[in-house]
Design a protein around this ligand. Structure first.
Ligand SMILES: Cc1cc2nc3c(=O)[nH]c(=O)nc-3n(C[C@H](O)[C@H](O)[C@H](O)COP(=O)(O)OP(=O)(O)OC[C@H]3O[C@@H](n4cnc5c(N)ncnc54)[C@H](O)[C@@H]3O)c2cc1C
Ligand code: SF4
Length: 330
């Protein structure tokens, strides 16, 4: 590991000042960043620990809007009464991710920014990786790309986003609050993560000198009818091959509103506006769910080893919507 210095800024202003130093990075729970430093993928010169200056509170306003501090640990978020009652989809997604020990360390801010699990990215023995070294090529394109993207990929990169939490946040229409040298701004979750295009080295629309301060969830709509399906190679901790966050608001058997997002299939949580549109106003039936599943993966482009993901995604969508409609709690 490269030598680095460690700082605990006393305030967010001090952290925003410290981050302007060359090679400085914020540190959350360290469960992704420190691993990547050990592999030599990330080489920060200074780590600015932000866990004690970002809020660890979860609060709900009278209008139902819930605010989650960026410093809230994944376990605390998953097990909080407000989240379990009003946003069980988020709780379910978080508890399907990593291990209990990792969830006890991982923070909300850090989870949003965790980097891809493409094995060619984390193994510096492979020289070709446009995300790690822009312009070097993509070893996964003609390599073993079983876990890679089927939607929204580019010639430069076919990596997927690994966060389970972000998939649920996409279905729930969350907003990310950030603070930078020019002040505060709010970024809808659908605009937070990026597709790779020609710059896969840039994962999100957060600027390097901006701090995530909170995540905001709109008033709950899917508390009674939501489900998270995660398909992975083994039941113990493993990243998703495909995951689906599904939320429905029902009026009898008619769908009043819907949130549908996929994980493990694209460089960002894949929210399908077309599938949601097809669900709204339709009866909650297997036919409706099958139609939505076709629309959600329209335009999917497989690579040599991951064509199975298209059918897997469709079946997982039907399953998630069916269980959501039945009000099954995980
Ligand atoms: C074995 C293993 C299995 C895992 N399985 C899963 C899984 O199944 N599903 C899943 O979703 N995740 C999984 N994870 C990943 C884990 O969830 C992430 O490592 C974790 O959420 C990252 O959070 P952190 O606080 O530790 O981030 P860190 O590692 O501290 O930081 C990650 C990034 O976020 C930045 N950062 C942190 N906080 C802020 C902030 N407030 N503002 C701006 N930037 C910030 C850091 O600079 C860094 O770039 C797994 C990890 C491991 C090691
Ligand atoms: S898919 Fe992306 S992260 Fe993986 S090797 Fe290619 S460029 Fe790198």
């Amino acid at each position: 590991m490269n030598p680095f210095s460690y700082q605990r800024a006393a305030t967010s202003d001090a952290a925003l000042h410290a981050i302007t130093a060359r090679g400085a990075k914020f540190l959350g729970g360290g469960t992704n960043l420190v691993d990547l430093m050990k592999y030599g993928v990330e080489t920060p010169t200074t780590l600015i620990d932000v866990t004690h200056i970002t809020s660890t509170e979860i609060t709900s306003a009278p209008n139902g809007v819930t605010t989650i501090g960026a410093g809230v640990r994944n376990s605390d978020l998953a097990n909080h009464q407000i989240i379990r009652t009003n946003y069980p989809l988020l709780s379910h997604a978080l508890l399907s991710g990593a291990s209990a020990q990792l969830r006890n360390m991982a923070t909300t801010g850090g989870n949003l920014l965790q980097r891809t699990r493409c094995y060619y990215f984390s193994d510096t023995a492979f020289s070709q990786c446009n995300k790690r070294t822009p312009g070097s090529g993509c070893a996964a394109m003609r390599g073993f790309n079983r876990i890679h993207a089927i939607l929204g990929a580019s010639e430069s990169c076919i990596a997927t986003n690994p966060s389970d939490m972000s998939v649920a946040l996409a279905a729930l229409n969350a907003t990310i609050h950030v603070q930078g040298p020019k002040g505060k701004r709010a970024i809808p979750i659908v605009d937070f993560h990026r597709l790779p295009g020609t710059t896969p080295n840039i994962d999100t629309n957060l600027k390097p000198d901006e701090l995530i301060t909170a995540v905001e969830l709109p008033a709950p709509r899917f508390a009674k009818n939501s489900f998270y399906v995660k398909v992975r190679d083994r039941q113990s901790y493993a990243f998703a091959l495909v995951s689906v966050a599904a939320g429905l608001e029902l009026d009898g058997n008619t769908i009043k509103s819907a949130g549908l997002a996929l994980g493990g299939v694209a460089h960002k949580p894949w929210r399908s506006a077309e599938a949601e549109k097809a669900l709204i106003g339709s009866p909650a039936t297997p036919e409706t769910f099958r139609k939505a599943s076709e629309l959600a993966v329209a335009g999917a482009q497989p690579h040599a080893h991951n064509a199975f993901k298209i059918e897997l995604a469709k079946q997982s969508i039907v399953r998630a919507l069916t269980l959501a409609a039945q009000g099954v709690q995980a």
